[in-house]
Write a protein that binds this ligand. Structure first.
Ligand code: SAM
Length: 268
């Protein structure tokens, strides 16, 4: 198991579930949730016929999976954490007849799986994977010709974000983080990472792998998908943990995260 997978296995344990939903912008801020739902509905509208089969990678505790199921699709949820998967099953119980669960690492699932899906969903997931481009290539092999890839809630490549947006994001994060536990530890880790020092065994450094590094290279992903002959749509938006900074950043038109929609159909 590599350091990122090991860190994710450590971090997404049972003590994280309530905190996860409360501190995750695409689950806790209605405007961000609505944007994600818009992407999901658009993906669905691009699928030619029901029943639509969704492969939900890094499915987590079920909030996003439940949104998919509410759209009346069939979902295969892949998640490495047994605790997250147990919560997912409970949250999605009313749609159990359209849900299949695989409690395992996505990389292992994709190399074993021989099925085809209409939609591959990577919500708040790619930034956990060191080689996210390689993972997307594997996922594409599981996609029908008419299929759609949906990604959401990954940090834009930091170097590509206008400086003012990035500074405001850092300020918003610091202001929010001050009221969270282990402030001094957080500051120490931040300083260490600014010096380029990452610890292989640290879950703090390696779970949110590309958040603690340079963000996710959205342009490289767009190019990868376009080279496969897919039409790629990108949405850039603002995301912040605190409600105040979420509203302020959105009003100012700032950007920090992105989502992709890639499909073989007509451009949107
Ligand atoms: C930020 S959460 C996102 C969950 C959900 N998609 C959402 O948007 O709320 C990332 C999830 O990916 C899982 N994860 C991370 N790396 C994984 C891997 N290599 N294989 C399977 N699951 C993984 C974590 O356990 C965690 O539940």
């Amino acid at each position: 198991m590599n350091e990122a997978r090991h860190a994710n296995a450590q971090v997404y344990g049972s003590d994280h579930l309530t905190e996860y939903v409360e501190t995750t912008p695409h689950l806790s801020h209605p405007a961000v949730t609505e944007l994600m739902l818009k992407q999901m509905r658009r993906a669905l509208s691009l699928c030619p016929a029901a029943p639509v089969r969704v492969l939900d990678l890094g499915a987590g505790e079920g909030s996003v999976t439940r949104h998919w199921l509410a759209l009346r699709v069939e979902v295969t949820a892949v998640e490495q954490s047994p605790a997250m998967m147990a919560e997912l099953r409970a949250k999605c119980a009313e749609h159990g007849d359209r849900l299949r669960c695989a409690t395992m690492e996505v990389e292992a699932y994709l190399s074993e799986c021989r099925e085809q899906f209409d939609i591959v969903s990577c919500i708040a997931f790619l930034h956990h994977v060191p080689d996210y481009a390689g993972l997307l290539e594997l996922a594409l092999q599981r996609l029908r010709k008419t299929g759609v890839i949906v990604t959401f809630a990954d940090p834009l490549r930091y170097r590509s974000v206008p400086r003012g947006h990035r500074l405001f994001q850092q300020f918003a994060y610091a202001a929010w983080r001050l009221w969270r536990p282990d402030v001094l530890g957080g500051i120490g880790r931040r300083i260490r990472r600014l010096r380029g020092v990452y610890l292989p065994g640290s879950a703090f450094d390696n779970a949110e792998y590309h958040v603690t590094r340079g963000g996710v290279d959205q342009d490289a992903l767009v190019a990868l998908l376009a080279n496969k002959g897919l039409n790629v749509e990108i949405v850039r938006y603002w995301s912040s943990q605190s409600e105040f900074f979420q509203r302020t950043g959105s009003k100012l038109g700032l950007m920090s995260e992105f989502g992709l929609l890639a499909h073989a159909g007509d451009a949107g």
